[in-house]
Design a protein around this ligand. Structure first.
Ligand SMILES: *Cc1c(COP(=O)(O)O)cnc(C)c1O
Length: 381
């Protein structure tokens, strides 16, 4: 079986066919990929013979008959039990989903593999995006893999090792004063005046489909069951939105049963637009005036997917919470020093959030928990 699909606006009833290089809907909102059918649960058995990368789920992905993805072995990352965390917090089961083991050192590989695949199949030979770091590394690598040109806009404050990786993969790197929002404007302007495809978060429909595979993968790794809680360091929100889409599709197709996980979104107190909106009971985020955090992936002051993230948190019965930079850095150091897992600061944020959620009673002793480490720590040093 291969897929056919169309696009549906995430906010209105507008639909669009899947051809060409779609951006956002006429309402300016992100598109969602809507598949015509889902694969039958009997496919589970056939997965056993496939390589452990995200394209093992190709029947769940935007790939038509005869098409091949642009890939570097992304996905198939381990779920690591963290016994010292379980003991310290009095919990039965805590895993770290270690996305730092992806190509290019972060889960951005999944989204960019999917986006570059679709755009290349539609004829694109040039790409651009704004980046707080890891998206730029991944786009540079997948762009090279596809034989395309890449221009990346990053804030000057981006960790130097990440900038080195972007240069290593041969991208045209433009450093700007300001934050990712300013870089986004520059990337859009460049895309408008050239043939470059802008693969900014949620400004094309397919990065979500790549991130969706994190949800399918967790389900498969847990024997087609889901954990009680997922704690996810949130910037643009593609992972949160993508995993929730995965769980909905898997349930609809009869691949999984039972309750859905509670989704918890963690941000830094220095940039927490989702937390602020969630706590106010709002349905949309407001731009965060002066974003400041060492967790570069969380420094997204005005996420385009704000409304969708808030919907996921509400539907799943989870919530959003912020932790200070000092706490997320200490938590990252703890996972390295006690468990040998080299997490990025954003991954540390997930552990710091778990401690807070246990303390306030949101997470109880028998809840099974997946913490997302979204990238490798060495990129930040
Ligand atoms: C991009 C990024 C994030 C934020 O991811 P979203 O899915 O856009 O919310 C978190 N951590 C790291 C390391 C990142 O690179």
């Amino acid at each position: 079986m291969t897929q056919t699909w169309s696009l549906r606006c995430s906010a209105t009833d507008e639909t669009h066919d899947a051809s060409g290089l779609p951006t956002v809907s006429s309402a300016g909102e992100p598109w969602f990929v809507c598949y015509d059918t889902f694969p039958d649960p009997s496919l589970k058995a056939a997965l056993a013979t496939r390589p452990w990368d995200m394209w093992r789920y190709r029947e769940w992905m935007p790939l038509a008959q005869g098409e091949e993805p642009v890939n570097l072995g992304e996905g198939g990352t381990p779920m690591l039990r963290v016994g010292s965390v379980e003991a310290e917090l009095g919990l039965e089961t805590v895993w770290v989903k270690d996305e730092g083991q992806n190509p290019c050192g972060s889960f951005k590989a999944r989204g960019l593999s999917a986006a570059v695949t679709r755009a290349t199949l539609a004829g694109a030979t040039s790409f651009t995006c704004p980046t707080a770091g890891n998206a730029g590394v991944a786009l540079s690598a997948y762009g090279q893999r596809a034989g395309a040109r890449v221009r990346v806009y990053a804030p000057k404050s981006t960790p130097p090792r990440i900038l080195e990786q972007i240069r290593l993969f041969g991208a045209d790197l433009r450093l700007l004063d300001g934050h990712i929002g300013d870089c986004g404007k520059a990337a859009r302007a460049y895309a408008a005046e050239s043939s470059a495809v802008d693969v900014s978060t949620l400004r094309e429909p397919y990065r979500i489909e790549g991130k969706k595979t994190m949800g399918i993968e967790i389900a498969e790794q847990l024997g087609w069951t889901l954990p009680d809680c997922i704690i996810y360091p949130t910037g643009g929100g593609t992972g949160l939105i993508g995993m929730w889409k995965a769980f909905g599709e898997l349930a609809e197709a009869g691949w999984i049963e039972g309750p859905m996980p509670r989704m918890y979104s963690v941000q830094s107190t220095g940039c927490a637009p989702v937390v602020k909106a969630f706590e106010a009971g709002a349905t949309a985020t407001e731009p965060w005036p002066d974003p400041q955090t060492k967790a570069a992936g969380l420094q997204v002051p005005a996420p385009l997917g704000g409304k969708m993230m808030l919907r996921v948190l509400e539907e799943s019965g989870g919530k959003a919470l912020a932790v200070p930079d000092e706490a997320l850095e200490n938590a990252a150091a703890r996972l390295a020093g006690r468990e040998g897992i080299d997490t990025c600061p954003e991954g540390g944020a997930a552990l710091a959030a778990l401690a807070a959620l246990v303390k306030d009673g949101s997470v109880g002793p028998s809840d099974s928990v997946v913490l997302f480490n979204t990238g490798a720590g060495w990129l930040y040093r």
